[in-house]
Design a protein around this ligand. Structure first.
Ligand code: HEM
Length: 148
């Protein structure tokens, strides 16, 4: 009887250890993607809407978008950010060189647009770390956009 008790205790303890180690492995394996950290498609939509409102109110750059289909641009920006942050989307627009070819976008205009994106993320509650990572991604597109 005592032997059986020990066996049951042993099995229980072993199962518990197995459970704890599996759970902690899962926690490590399931590091959230940037997409999840910024609230998925809903979070991205909030940021992109704030961004387009900001751009519309910025006289340094809003004239550039006078003839733009803003609903279409919004859809493309959501796709682009979603894909770039590891979300389940495929960007269906042009690459950044082709999209901005012939516009001769200046350094100042690029800076203004980046500033509006930064403000949009701040006002939408994106975390500082995620904000900085996304600003880094935008910075990496600079040469494909400025002076094309
Ligand atoms: C990192 C910065 C930028 C990103 C990620 C970006 C992204 C995009 C995207 C996704 C499109 C749509 C492409 C398509 O139609 O397939 C686009 C178009 C455009 N972008 Fe940018 N852009 C950036 C910077 C700028 C800047 C600095 C300006 C000017 C101030 C600008 C002006 C435009 C204009 C005028 C269009 C065309 C819209 C239309 O079709 O009427 N972009 N951009």
């Amino acid at each position: 009887m005592a032997k059986l008790k020990h066996l049951v205790l042993g099995i229980t303890a072993f199962s518990f250890c197995l459970f704890v180690s599996t759970a902690s492995n899962n926690l490590l394996a399931e590091e959230k993607s940037l997409y999840d950290k910024i609230g998925g498609t809903d979070g991205i939509t909030t940021v992109v809407e704030a961004f387009l409102t900001n751009v519309g109110g910025d006289d340094r750059i809003n004239a550039r978008f006078a003839n733009t289909d803003l609903e279409n641009l919004k859809m493309l920006l959501i796709e682009q950010v979603c894909e770039a942050t590891g979300g389940p989307c495929t960007y269906s627009g042009m690459n950044m060189v082709d999209a901005h070819k012939g516009m001769d976008i200046t350094e100042a205009e690029f800076g203004a647009l980046a500033e509006q994106m930064s403000k949009a993320m701040m006002s939408s509650g994106v975390g500082q770390e995620e904000h900085d990572t996304i600003m880094g991604v935008l910075g990496g597109m600079h040469d494909d956009i400025v002076g094309q």
